[in-house]
Design a protein around this ligand. Structure first.
Ligand code: SAH
Length: 238
């Protein structure tokens, strides 16, 4: 299970590169496979469409049982809204297949770098996708995180079907945080069309994200300093 980072080769770990080099087959959603294909042209590639995660994992397990060394690629980190857990569940107690999870730079980290230092203090990562989690639970987590004055990184902030989810999330955060709270969005991190933008929480409420966007909501101390989104760690106070 290989986390390939946000998209550009430079943000992949050396260990991930080694894992891909030493594999015979690379399996993944076609968008992620296309991100690494040019760097490993001699490999055999297997792709499946989006939302066929279990099928993809079963394919990888079958290939491994045939004796091949298989790399399943996920964007960012394979354990963060990725398939590392699913492959362990599907493998179960089958000792004939070894599983190794190779860490990758998750979007909260790579996106945070683009904005400045938004996550220098306690933060929560919340996905707005209700495909696998009921909205009520997502809403409760948002409420708790905002009440706890956590900075929040939002994954899966929206899609065509879920165009108002970010607005709903902002309304929950606004119960506890000021409309002037500093926020940022980063799109297509490490990929073509990368863009970052700072805004207030009230502006974020009107923003319509796509599925390649990661959203950052600051806490009550987050500021803009020299064009960067910064959540002070507090060093200057000690
Ligand atoms: N395993 C991935 C997350 C997969 S969930 C990771 O660790 O980063 C998919 C969500 O992740 C997207 O909707 C988006 O919010 C975020 N994301 C992943 N890659 C991104 C990228 N290159 N640019 C911006 N957001 C990204």
């Amino acid at each position: 299970m290989v986390g390939i980072g946000p998209g550009d080769y430079e943000e992949m770990t050396l260990r991930a590169v080694d894992a891909l080099r030493s594999s015979d087959a690379i399996v993944g959603y076609h968008v992620y496979v296309d991100l690494v294909r040019d760097h490993f042209p001699e490999k055999e590639f297997f792709t499946t469409p989006m939302r066929r995660e279990a099928e993809r994992c079963r394919m990888a397990l079958d290939l491994a049982r045939e004796g091949r060394e298989v790399a399943v690629v996920c964007s960012g980190d394979a354990g963060i809204y990725g398939m590392a857990g699913l492959i362990c569940e599907l493998r179960g107690e089958d000792a004939s297949v070894e599983v190794e999870v190779v860490g990758g730079l998750t979007a909260a980290i790579s996106g945070g770098c683009r904005l400045g230092a938004p996550l220098s203090h306690d933060f929560a990562v919340i996905s707005l996708s209700d495909l696998l989690t009921p909205w009520e639970r997502i809403a409760d987590r948002l409420d708790c995180a905002a009440r706890g004055d956590f900075c929040i990184a939002l994954y899966n902030p929206g899609s065509a079907r879920r165009s108002d989810y970010l607005q709903r999330a902002c309304d929950i955060v606004l119960r506890h945080q000021s409309p002037q709270t500093i926020c940022g969005i980063v799109r297509n991190i490490g990929r073509e069309g990368e863009a970052a933008q700072l805004m207030t929480l009230s502006e974020l409420r009107g923003y319509v994200p796509d599925m390649f966007t990661t959203v950052f909501i600051g806490n009550s101390t987050t500021k803009v300093i020299g064009g960067r989104m910064v959540t002070p760690r507090g060093y200057r106070d000690v």
